[in-house]
Every structure is written in structure tokens, then in C-alpha cells.
Design a protein around this ligand. Structure first.
Ligand code: CU
Length: 96
């Protein structure tokens, strides 16, 4: 029983370490961008802006903060910031 648990723990640990390493690698490769969004007042606004950003090609891992009014995302392929601003404006918000 004790041996089995030990083996299981080792495998689990290796799996966890493996996935974490992969995550770091992706983050290091992609460019992180932060933009300031004006006009958000509630969680619904945050969702709308998040969806607008996620719909843009090359945008990944979107995080929008109502507190700071900032939207952060990973740029997996070069993204035109004018396209981003246009999408957000069409959603009803402004990019500062
Ligand atoms: Cu709102």
C-alpha cells in the first residue's frame, strides 16, 4: 500500500511539473499586451470586452480588470492594435 502511494505521488508530481513547465514556455514566447479600456462599469462590461478581444485572431488568454480598467492578453501572432480598438469601440467601449 505504502509503495503504491509513493509511486502514484511521484507520477502525479511529474505530471504537475510537466504541465507547469509548458505553461511557462508559452507565456515566455507570446508577447503580453495591456490596453486601457474606458467605460466599463460592471461584470457584464468586463464580459463584453473580453469576448470582443477573444474574437480577434492572434489574441489569447484575455484578462479584463474592472478595478484597473485594463485588458491584458497574449499576442500569439502579431495583432493590429487598430483592429483591437475598433472591436472594443464596436462593443460600446473606448480604448484610451
Ligand atoms: Cu456593465
Amino acid at each position: 500500500m505504502i509503495v503504491t502511494n509513493d509511486v502514484r505521488m511521484t507520477i502525479l508530481r511529474q505530471l504537475m511539473m510537466g504541465s507547469r513547465k509548458k505553461e511557462w514556455k508559452n507565456t515566455a514566447e507570446d508577447t503580453m499586451k495591456t490596453i486601457k479600456v474606458k467605460g466599463m462599469s460592471c461584470s457584464h462590461c468586463v464580459m463584453t470586452v473580453s469576448k470582443a478581444l477573444q474574437a480577434v485572431d492572434g489574441v489569447d488568454r484575455v484578462h479584463v480588470s474592472l478595478e484597473t480598467g485594463e485588458a491584458t492578453f497574449a499576442e500569439t501572432t502579431p495583432v493590429d492594435m487598430a483592429v483591437i480598438a475598433e472591436k472594443i469601440r464596436k462593443a460600446g467601449y473606448d480604448v484610451v
